[in-house]
Design a protein around this ligand. Structure first.
Ligand SMILES: Cc1cc2nc3c(=O)[nH]c(=O)nc-3n(C[C@H](O)[C@H](O)[C@H](O)COP(=O)(O)O)c2cc1C
Ligand SMILES: CCCCC(=O)C(=O)O
Length: 337
């Protein structure tokens, strides 16, 4: 089997995995309208390439909140990598490091955050879920800081767990996380509000990104409450079905942020041309979720590395064909109005 693009990893990954675990990875909420729309929206955005620009070398390297990375393509937090590989997130971290980019480790993990850090060679961010018991949050944030994670990514789009009907049909329940002792990880703190962001900031000196913002209004609130970055995301279509796609939300978030913080993007990135479209609309970098899990399931760290390399190579080619050999040259003028 040869893998010419990241989609080539999808069916082989499914073939290797337990069916209920696969459905958990693949699925969205409700009718999966937002899940599918996240992909479909990219087909409606067309590029305006420029010609006769010297594209002998196209440079994809950048930095994210100060950490250098080989490309503006990072790994989104996804739960329970143990479903895809016996080494779980440690294996993922090795592959991500080989690709020279950054892994966001999920709170809900098969491996402890310290073990993931020990396996990593590149920068890490820690994704935070907040439970009712504040001592869990205090503990895990301090551990992440001590283990060398470079930022906390607070996920704000799960006041309650989404309606994942595939999981209901499979009678699937998420196992406990290796990171903390919470019997049911889907019981998050529903009373969490913007005010808690200030409390969170008091716990750590790390920058805090807010993940799951889809409006300009919430962008302004996030910045007012001290967020150091925003991740535009609808959680891969797994929370509010019918929510706006991340790509549709991106321009208003970028506008509301008015250059005050880095704006990141996730949802439906499968091609280098998807990456260039998100960057042209103002994302500083994108995060990729499911494709990394496919690479992990098929071929462990090598699969993770290859999925990321495929995306990097496609982005590099797209930059050349758009006449934008540096990331700085990827601007809104690349998109048809
Ligand atoms: C299996 C799976 C588990 C996820 N777990 C988390 C998580 O623990 N924390 C979080 O903030 N987002 C989680 N997400 C959402 C991703 O971070 C990301 O927003 C989404 O997957 C991006 O879309 P993509 O899969 O189309 O690239 C998860 C997504 C998937 C598919
Ligand atoms: C409490 C949520 C756990 C993982 C997650 O974010 C997801 O399945 O989308």
């Amino acid at each position: 089997m040869q893998y010419f693009n990241v989609m080539d990893y999808e069916a082989p990954a499914q073939a290797r995995m337990n069916a209920a675990h696969w459905d958990y990875y693949a699925g969205g909420s409700g009718d999966e309208i937002t899940l599918h729309a996240n992909r479909a929206i990219f087909d409606h955005i067309r590029l305006r390439p420029r010609m006769l620009v010297d594209v002998t070398t196209c440079d994809t390297s950048t930095s994210v909140l100060g950490s250098p990375v080989s490309m503006p393509i990072l790994v989104a937090p996804t739960a329970q990598h143990g479903f895809a590989h016996p080494e779980g997130e440690c294996e993922t971290a090795r592959g991500v490091g080989q690709a020279g980019t950054l892994l966001t480790a999920s709170s809900v993990s098969s491996r402890r955050l310290e073990d993931v850090a020990a396996a990593a060679s590149g920068p890490l961010w820690f994704q935070l879920y907040v439970f009712d018991d504040n001592t869990i949050t205090v503990d895990v944030v301090q551990r992440a800081e001590q283990a060398g994670y470079k930022a906390i990514v607070l996920t704000v789009d799960v006041p309650r767990f989404g309606n994942r009907e595939r999981d209901l049909r499979n009678a699937f329940h998420l196992p406990v996380s290796a990171n903390f002792d919470v019997p049911d990880v889907t019981k998050l703190k529903p009373s969490l509000t913007w005010r808690d962001l200030a409390w969170l900031k008091s716990l750590t000196s790390l920058p805090i990104l807010v993940k799951g913002v889809l409006t300009g209004e919430d962008t302004i609130l996030a910045l007012e409450h001290g967020a150091d970055g925003i991740v535009v995301s609808n959680h891969g279509g797994r929370q509010l079905d019918g929510a706006i796609t991340s790509l549709e939300a991106l321009p208003e978030v970028v506008e509301a942020s008015s250059g005050r913080c880095e704006v990141y993007f996730d949802g439906g990135i499968r091609r280098g041309t998807d990456v260039i479209k998100a960057l042209a609309l103002g994302a500083h970098a994108v995060l990729v979720g499911r494709p990394v899990l496919w690479g992990l399931a098929v071929n462990g760290q090598e699969g993770v590395r290859h999925v990321l390399e495929l995306l990097r190579n496609e982005l590099e080619l797209a930059m050349a064909l758009c006449g934008a050999p540096t990331l700085k040259q990827i601007t809104p003028t690349l998109i048809r109005r």
